[in-house]
Design a protein around this ligand. Structure first.
Ligand SMILES: Cc1cc2nc3c(=O)[nH]c(=O)nc-3n(C[C@H](O)[C@H](O)[C@H](O)COP(=O)(O)OP(=O)(O)OC[C@H]3O[C@@H](n4cnc5c(N)ncnc54)[C@H](O)[C@@H]3O)c2cc1C
Length: 395
């Protein structure tokens, strides 16, 4: 089995990489360990619209469950909220999608460009020669197959093994991991037009989200930073407590439970090795403040697919080449915002409920059209002058 490119994992990152590599005429194989691409879903299913044209994804009714106007950010006392229009609200606000259908749609785009796809086919190890990765061992529906490839793209998500196998250090500290649980709830009172975010001690180091899938149905989830949890199961208690305190949610029924984790760290030192590139969650590209990773997975997948073509055309798949033609572009595109959001996350997770109440109260009074560092600082200065020093740098 010989391919130009082997993509391990068929999430949004893998399918985008396979799609763009195949488009350039490379012989591409994408392997997925699960029998059904996209399922089971492990996602709040919120995405923004702004990045879709960049990766040539046309919104399709089949994977759009709901379209929202914007986001509301609630402080711990919930006395007021900040309302942001969708274009100002970041990576998770715009559409609420059906992730299983979205992931299958992206895999189909890759297939239509000519990529081969094997489902129920986990990569179980990498094949190395002279200390360089030259392929992977795949358990293809029970049968062991060795696949050789000139480029291997690790798109195997948050729990990525490809990075570790290729000796790329993508270790994440506890304080940069957010443990999540989400209920899909029906029969609840929500505003279908807004994705809601709740900050503070209800979700230490993270937040509670309510992403509406329909008029009385939503993904209600929580993420809590691992270093704030005494034991893993505690995250469920936080979500149950939150629901208990909200009669509009408490009266609902849960039809699905999912769990998972996201990284909220800066981009690692490197995300490439000789013949290997990491994309999406495997490369720790999740937005540290929102925990949204679908957009960056697709964007990095596209860049990796294109870089694979350049590397093979130039007959140079070395770490240095991939660093220059893939990693550098990822950093140019994403790193500034990524670092800024990581810093904001660090800062926000240390603020007390009382400070958050004041912060949101002050910002809520600013007209949306005039959101700027200066207008925010002015608003805070006017209402709570004593607070300006505390989060001047954050704002
Ligand atoms: C609870 C929760 C809520 C979230 N909510 C949102 C949200 O609302 N919006 C948003 O933008 N992001 C959200 N995210 C993050 C988002 O889900 C990820 O950032 C996104 O899925 C990353 O895409 P990916 O392709 O890198 O990885 P994944 O989507 O994780 O895909 C990796 C794929 O690789 C496969 N795989 C793994 N190991 C192997 C192997 N050895 N061999 C073959 N295949 C393998 C997996 O089965 C999987 O299909 C959420 C995450 C969690 C946990």
């Amino acid at each position: 089995m010989n391919y130009d490119v082997l993509v391990i994992g068929a999430g949004p990152g893998g399918s985008s990489a396979a799609r763009y590599a195949a488009r350039h005429g490379l012989k591409v194989l994408m392997v997925e360990k699960r029998p059904d691409i996209g399922s089971p879903v492990r996602c709040g299913e919120g995405i923004s619209k702004s990045w879709l044209p960049e990766v040539e994804i046309d919104p399709q009714p089949i994977w759009i469950s709901n379209e929202v106007e914007g986001a509301r950010i609630f402080p711990p006392d919930e006395k007021t909220f900040i309302k942001l229009s969708a274009n100002k609200a970041g990576n998770e606000v715009g559409y609420i999608i059906e992730r299983d259908k979205f992931d299958k749609y992206l895999a189909a785009l890759a297939a239509r460009e000519g990529a081969d796809i094997w489902v129920k086919s986990p990569a179980i190890s990498l094949i190395k020669e002279n200390n360089k990765v030259v392929g992977a061992r795949i358990r293809r529906q029970g049968e062991i197959v060795d696949v050789r490839a000139r480029i291997i793209i690790g798109a195997d998500g948050f729990e990525s093994q490809v990075g570790r196998w290729a000796k790329i250090n993508t270790m994440v500290k506890d304080r940069d991991i957010v443990s999540c649980i989400e209920y899909r709830m029906v029969g609840i009172d929500i505003d279908k037009n807004f994705t809601d975010f709740y900050l503070g001690s209800c979700a230490p180091g993270g937040y509670v989200w309510v992403f509406p899938k329909g008029k009385d149905e939503a993904n209600v989830g929580i993420g809590v930073a691992l270093n704030k949890l005494k034991k893993r199961g505690e995250v469920k208690r936080y979500l149950d407590d939150f629901i208990e305190k909200h009669p509009g949610l408490k009266k609902g029924k849960t039809i699905e439970i999912i769990t998972g984790a996201v990284s909220t760290c800066p981009i690692p030192q490197t995300i490439v090795a000789d013949n290997v590139m990491l994309v999406g969650d495997a490369a720790r590209l999740i937005d540290p403040i929102t925990g949204g990773g679908v957009a960056n997975a697709c964007i990095s997948g596209k860049l990796a697919g294109e870089a694979a073509y350049e590397a093979i055309r130039n007959n140079n798949t070395s770490k240095e080449f991939l660093k220059e033609h893939y990693e550098k572009r990822v950093r140019e595109k994403l790193e500034r915002k990524h670092l800024r959001n990581w810093f904001a996350k660090e800062k926000l997770s240390e603020l007390s409920d009382e400070t958050l109440n004041k912060l949101v109260d002050a910002i809520a009074s600013v007209e949306l059209s005039s959101i700027s560092v200066k207008s925010l600082l002015d608003a805070v200065q006017k209402k709570y002058p004593e607070l300006v020093k505390e989060f001047e740098d954050l704002i």
